[in-house]
Design a protein around this ligand. Sequence first.
Ligand SMILES: Nc1ncnc2c1ncn2[C@@H]1O[C@H](COP(=O)(O)OP(=O)(O)OP(=O)(O)O)[C@@H](O)[C@H]1O
Ligand SMILES: [Mg+2]
Length: 238
Amino acid sequence: MSSPLLQLIGVSKSFPAGDARIEVLRDAHLALERGSSTAIMGPSGSGKSTILNLIGTLDRPDAGSILFEGKDLSTLNPTAQAEFRNRSLGFIFQSHHLLPHCTVLENTLVPCLAGADRLEDEVLERARRLLDRVGLGHRLDHLPARLSGGERQRVAVVRSLIRSPALVLADEPTGALDRASAAEVTRLLLELQSELATTLLVVTHSPELAGRMSRVLRMEDGKLVPDDGLGRKSASPT
Ligand SMILES: Nc1ncnc2c1ncn2[C@@H]1O[C@H](COP(=O)(O)OP(=O)(O)OP(=O)(O)O)[C@@H](O)[C@H]1O
Ligand SMILES: [Mg+2]
């Protein structure tokens, strides 16, 4: 069997809280197979975003390792970490974070502007094709202010996938949407994820979104445990 795309091995993380520290992650383990989709659920403050920040090299674990394609991310220098984020990761947030003065098409191309990449016709074509796929082909020149929340989030989905990253990290991607828009964004995200063979890790409070992933985990006492839908632990490994 091939090695997992991403592995967390015994990861711990605490933050200062007054004179004390809160331990958010305690010896957490996780393995993501290539092409898989995984949801992380859990109460507010349980450490879900903290995990995504550590994987995204936006913060460092106190202990343990995070391996991407077998390589420990903490051994990368800041330039290599930036390169890793840019090449290998796509991010989707609860709030779309689109640039207000850039059009729909320009927004999806933002990840291609970092580094020395020229904007090849191929990339433009890919952006147009993906926007078409998510039903926004006729709105390429619109500014985000003219889109609905669900439409903006569809742009954010395309932006996260524009460079075909190996791993997409999504933090409550449907958290700000009504039910119908959330279902639509979820459908599109999963369709494109499967077509592009991307690995997807989604943090969500939504049982509907989590239920569409191939695996659901819960944050519990600083660890990731399999979720059986009832908030109880089960025996299978993470
Ligand atoms: N940079 C930081 N400095 C201090 N405390 C932090 C920092 N980042 C997170 N925390 C604390 O760590 C805990 C976990 O935060 P985190 O954002 O990971 O929770 P979450 O599970 O994503 O919650 P939510 O569902 O509300 O988004 C919280 O108590 C938070 O206050
Ligand atoms: Mg969070």
